[in-house]
Design a protein around this ligand. Sequence first.
Ligand code: ADP
Ligand code: MG
Length: 626
Amino acid sequence: MTVETLHFQAEVAKLLDIVVHALYSQKDVFLRELISNASDACDRLRYAAITEPALTEGDAEFKVRLIPDETAKLLTIADNGIGMSRDDLVENLGTIARSGTARFAEALAAQAAKADGEKTLSLIGQFGVGFYAAFMVAGRVDVITRKAGEAQGWKWSSDGKGDFTVEPYDEAPRGTRIVLHLKDDALDYLKPETLTRVVKTYSDHIDLPVVLVEGEESRTLNAAAALWTRPKAEITPEQYKEFYHHVGHAFDDPWLTVHMHAEGAIEYTGLVFVPSDRPFDLFDPDRRQRLKLYVRRVFITDDCEGLVPSYLRFLKGIVDTPDLPLNVSREMLQDNPLVRKIGRGLVGRVLAEIGKASEDATRYAEFWETFGAVLKEGIYEDFERRATILDLCRFRSSLRDGWISLADYVAAMPEGQEAIYFLTGDSVAALKANPQIEGFTAKGVEVLLLTDTIDEFWTTMAPPYKEHRFASVAMAGGDLAKIKAKDDAPEAEPKPEDENPTAEADIHALALAMKAVFGDEVSAVKSSERLTASPVCLVSGDAGVSLHMERLLKAHNRTGAHADRVLEINPKHPVIKALAQHAEGDAFADAAWLLLDQARIVEGEPVADAAAFSRRLTSVMEKGLL
Ligand code: ADP
Ligand code: MG
């Protein structure tokens, strides 16, 4: 038998041309495709040998070898898989046999004619172009192969221009060797470091070894184990951890490992980790998730928008599905319904597992302190799961140490309390000292102390938790009158009667006089229910953003939003009572300004005029001391 020359099927010739040009910028993928084919071939022989062990000819140690030859400018990708017969060669590498592919080739040609590179790429992505990618880097490709169970080997050869040849080849070992005659601009692929990088990037978890052969030596470039495909029972915590280190480029231990497999309408496996340590880029503005998407154990991308939402961007790990085409492109992954469905399943499971882990409060605190601020973004962003996420949230409280859940909060509510009260600010310590919560504390009403930036956002639109709405104590909330003090609360103690209460009319007049002194510095001065120990406090009015929010925006150079400032005065406080007696003159104005500045300091705001503040304070001290 001699050399036969055959023509590529017309569609193949066209496809070849388009692939080589459209994928030009992504040359690396040729290696992924060829390794993937080699892996498939090994998988197929592995499977066939189950019923016919003789097929392996005693060599069942499947591997892919990469053999660079600098002098001849050849790169060989060799496998000991199932190999191809002559007819296989002609059919698989000369025609597009798969149904639907011919139509694809037509669509592709039409698209390419419009010279729309992006769309062409995305079309290519929807179908495997696999083997032909070899012609991106090679001017000639030889395929030397012998099928398992057959004696005769074959050599296929082509320059990818329209013809290919097939001839018998006697020395062929079982399996397939793809010999690439590299183009001059692709000689980089002879370098061990290039091959290592490409294999590490794309084929690391191909579950058979990808071995680089350098002269007498050879070394395995990939981890050679698709860990996630193994049964959970066979995987040790140590192995999970190693895989996490590898896939997450991490050094810490995973705080949580979720290994799941879903079957049914969609099939996928997820092996996902919650880290212990906060990744350095957690608060990067792009907020991108980093899970790696695999299709049949072949790495596709780690930038798959829509797989998991931003508020779970701390997750590391992989998702592997056989339901997407191997050559799926990024364009195609955008807004992909299958990806979204997989994501939804995965997110549900991960949140459920985090929920289970929350039963161990000490352990859960580690997670919450690291990632709570990010997870809370979900209350704002994930309508569907807001309630689930609220259940996972933990808070600092004005009445207890440690972290509490909303369930804990609600269980401790006194009679008459309907809302869940919170106060936002810069630190728990400052919030605890904030006079705004005095009245709540006096009645035994707990206030959630919120210090994350995101708290300003979700609290404005969180759904009620078990019918309890969220209410900011800073927004001049006057609910206190309706709430009955708890038995053990300070206010429940009998208090000595106020011998000399100030008339409501006098307090009202005082408020007006103070407002007149302040002018536009505050929007109102009001008598307060909430204060017990302090004479005054500064709160946000019902309209507009909170004081804390305004400060946050300012810190980010966003000055548009203005908080409405209301100064509340405590009618039972001796200073206020005294002031109500002579609400006029310079001494009164000084005292009023001092009170406002005090309220500002406690709220964490600067005093408006430090020199005036200091002068007034000195004058008051003189009167008191001298
Ligand atoms: P796909 O892998 O999506 O089927 P490819 O273009 O990558 O498409 O490969 C076409 C076909 O060629 C494969 O389906 C397979 O039958 C055959 N083939 C390619 N490489 C090998 C190999 N190394 N060993 C055996 N068969 C191979
Ligand atoms: Mg392939």
